[in-house]
Ligand binder design. Structure first.
Ligand code: SGN
Ligand code: CA
Length: 531
C-alpha cells in the first residue's frame, strides 16, 4: 500500500507504521530521522549480540542494547570488501563497476547521484562525521566533519565546510571526537526538519591503536583460536596461498603489534611501516605518549625475554592483535552508548531509525589472517543492526540475504522518496516487520578488484545463496604470482568455515552448474566487464 503526499512523493509503509506507534500528531506524521553508524573493519565476531566465542570474552553491551531493541541481520554482506568501494555502494546503491569505485584509490564516478542529495531535496538536513574516505568531496551534505583519508587515532585532523579546505588538528581520540561532532550536528539542527546523519568511525582499522584508558583492558584474557587458524589452504586455488595478510608472516611486530623496542632490528628498520608507526607516535601529546609507553613497555620487555619462535610466536601475535582490536571496539561501544543516551535524553528515539554496520567484515585469525578482501565469510559478511521502536520487534533477527547496495534504497524509502530506476539495491524496509517477502533475492553477487595492491589478494567474483558459495579467481599475476583462472565451491552448511573446496567433487556437480549459471546471469544482467 502506498500513499501519495501533497508534494507528489510516495509515503512509504514504514512511515505509516511509525505513525501507529507514537500516537502523537494524530494524522500528521513527522518524517523519520536516520542515523547510519558505520565503523571501519568491524567483524561480526566481535559484537556479543552475534554470540561468537571471541565476543563473549569482550562484550559490547551498547551494541547489544541496540540489537535487543531492534533487528540483528545475520546474513548481511558487502559487494566488494574494501573501504572506498563499500562506501561508494552505500552512497549510490550501485555495484562497484557501476559507480566506478572498484579499488581503494581514485575511481568514483561523481556524476552518480548520492542518496544524501536526494534526501536533501526532500527537505532532510544531512550530515557526515568521521571517515568519509570517498575519493571525492562530501556530496549532498549540509554538515560535515570528516577525517583526512584513513584518519588518525590520536589528535586527528578534520575538514569542515568552514575550514577553507584545510584539515584542522583536534586533540583527543578519533572515536570520541567523531561522536562529539555527531552530537554537535544534532544540537545545531533545525528541530522542525528531519535529519540523516552518517557517523563513520575510523576504528577499529589497522593498526588498532586503543584509547589511553583501555591500554590494559583484556591483558589477562586469552582469546580462543579459530578452528582454521592453521589452515594449510590445501584444497583451494593459489590465491589463498599467495595473499600477504597472514598473522605469522605479514603482521609487523612494531607497527601492528606495538613492540617499539624492536625498531632497530634490520627487518623492521627497512619497512615503510616503521615510518607510519613513528608518525602515529609523534602526533601524540607528550602525556599521551608517556601513558602509551608506560602501558606497553613492560609487556614488550617480557615478550622479548621469552624469545618466542614458530607457533608460539604466532599465537602471541594473535593475542596482542585481538587485545588491541577489542580495546578499540570497547571505545566504539562506549561511544555508541553515549550517542544512544543523547537520543533518549532528547526524545529522539521514537522517531529515529538507527543503523549499525561496518564497511566490511574482518579476519580475526580465521585462515591465519587479518584484513579482509576475500569472499570468504568473515570479510564478505558484515555486522548489521537496524533499530526503530515501531518498525522492528525487540530482539528480532533477520536471515534474508542483504547487501550494502541496499542502504541507499532503504534510506530513500524511510524518507518517502521513490527509488530512482537506476539504483540496483533493494530497500530493507519490508524486512523490518520480521517477514521475508516471497520475492526476496536468493543470490548475492560479489566482486573484488584491487590487485596488485597491499595484501595481494587476487581479483575474484562469485555468487552466494543460502547454502553454497561459488568463487572465481581470475587475472594476470604480478611479481611472482602466475596468471589465475580457478574456481572454488563451498557447502556453507556442511562446511561453515570453508575449508573444503568442492568445485571438482562430482557430488556437487549440479550445485556447481546451478551457481555457475546464476553467476553468468549476474555478469550479463549487470554488464560486468571483467572476470
Ligand atoms: C591500509 C592498510 C591495509 C588495509 C588498507 C585498506 N595498511 O592500506 O592493511 O587493507 O588500508 O583498508 S596500513 O598500514 O595503512 O594500515 S580499508 O579499510 O581502507 O579498506
Ligand atoms: Ca574498512
Amino acid at each position: 500500500m502506498r500513499h501519495r503526499l501533497k508534494n507528489g512523493a510516495f509515503l512509504a509503509p514504514a512511515i505509516l507504521l511509525s505513525a501507529c506507534s507514537t500516537g502523537e500528531n494524530k494524522g500528521e506524521q513527522k518524517p523519520l530521522n536516520i542515523i547510519h553508524i558505520m565503523t571501519d573493519d568491524h567483524s561480526y565476531q566481535t559484537i556479543s549480540a552475534y554470540g561468537h566465542p571471541i565476543s563473549r570474552l569482550a562484550p559490547t553491551p551498547n551494541l547489544d542494547r541496540l540489537a535487543y531493541q531492534g533487528m540483528l541481520f545475520r546474513k548481511a554482506f558487502v559487494e566488494n570488501s574494501l573501504s572506498t568501494p563499500s562506501r561508494a555502494c552505500l552512497m549510490t546503491g550501485l555495484y562497484s563497476h557501476q559507480n566506478g569505485q572498484r579499488q581503494l584509490g581514485a575511481g568514483i564516478d561523481t556524476t552518480k547521484v548520492f542518496f544524501s542529495e536526494l534526501l536533501q531535496k526532500q527537505g532532510y538536513q544531512t550530515g557526515v562525521v568521521g571517515k568519509w574516505h570517498m575519493q571525492c568531496e562530501p556530496k549532498g551534505f549540509n554538515f560535515y566533519y570528516v577525517l583526512d583519508d584513513q584518519g588518525d587515532y590520536y589528535n586527528p585532523e578534520f575538514k569542515t565546510p568552514d575550514s577553507n579546505g584545510q584539515y584542522v588538528r583536534e586533540e583527543g581520540y578519533a572515536t570520541t571526537l567523531t561522536t562529539d561532532h555527531a552530537i554537535e550536528f544534532l544540537d545545531g539542527r533545525d528541530p522542525e526538519k528531519p535529519f540523516c546523519l552518517l557517523v563513520h568511525h575510523k576504528a577499529p582499522h589497522r593498526n588498532w591503536m586503543p584509547d589511553i584508558k583501555y591500554l590494559d583492558l583484556y591483558e589477562e584474557v586469552e582469546f580462543p583460536y579459530p578452528d582454521t587458524f592453521f589452515d594449510d589452504y590445501s584444497t583451494r586455488c593459489e590465491a589463498a596461498r599467495t595473499q600477504e595478510m597472514r598473522i605469522d608472516k605479514d603482521m609487523n611486530l612494531v607497527y601492528d603489534l606495538k613492540v617499539d623496542e624492536l625498531r632497530n632490528r634490520a627487518e623492521y628498520k627497512q619497512s615503510w611501516l616503521l615510518q607510519s608507526w613513528d608518525a602515529s607516535l609523534e602526533r601524540m601529546t607528550p602525556e599521551q605518549r608517556e601513558a602509551w609507553h608506560a602501558a606497553y613497555s613492560h609487556k614488550n620487555k617480557a615478550f622479548i625475554e621469552q624469545n618466542l619462535k614458530g607457533e608460539e610466536l604466532t599465537k602471541w601475535k594473535y593475542q596482542r592483535y585481538l587485545r588491541d582490536y577489542l580495546r578499540c571496539i570497547k571505545t566504539i561501544d562506549d561511544e555508541v552508548g553515549r550517542l544512544m543516551d543523547y537520543l533518549e535524553k532528547e526524545g529522539l528515539m521514537d522517531n529515529t531509525v538507527i543503523v549499525y554496520t561496518s564497511d566490511q567484515g574482518f579476519y580475526m585469525g580465521e585462515h591465519g589472517w587479518f584484513d579482509k578482501r576475500f569472499m570468504y565469510e568473515e570479510s564478505f559478511r558484515t555486522p548489521l543492526i537496524i533499530s526503530h521502536p515501531a518498525m522492528t520487534n525487540r530482539g528480532s533477527v533477520c536471515d534474508a540475504l542483504v547487501q550494502n547496495i541496499d542502504y541507499a534504497p532503504t534510506y530513500l524509502s524511510l524518507a518517502g522518496v521513490e527509488k530512482p530506476d537506476f539504483m540496483v539495491g533493494t530497500s530493507l524496509v519490508p524486512l523490518l516487520n520480521g517477514q521475508i517477502p516471497s520475492d526476496w533475492r536468493e543470490y548475492l553477487y560479489y566482486h573484488y578488484y584491487d590487485y596488485p595492491a597491499v595484501h595481494q589478494v587476487r581479483r575474484h567474483d562469485g555468487v552466494r545463496d543460502e547454502c553454497y558459495k561459488l568463487i572465481h579467481f581470475y587475472g594476470e599475476g604480478a611479481g611472482n604470482d602466475t596468471n589465475i583462472n580457478c574456481n572454488e565451491l563451498y557447502d556453507l552448511q556442511a562446511d561453515p568455515t570453508e575449508i573444503k573446496n568442492r568445485y571438482n567433487d562430482p557430488q556437487y556437480a549440479e550445485v556447481v552448474t546451478r551457481l555457475q549459471s546464476r553467476l553468468d546471469q549476474f555478469r550479463s544482467d549487470l554488464k560486468v566487464d571483467e572476470f
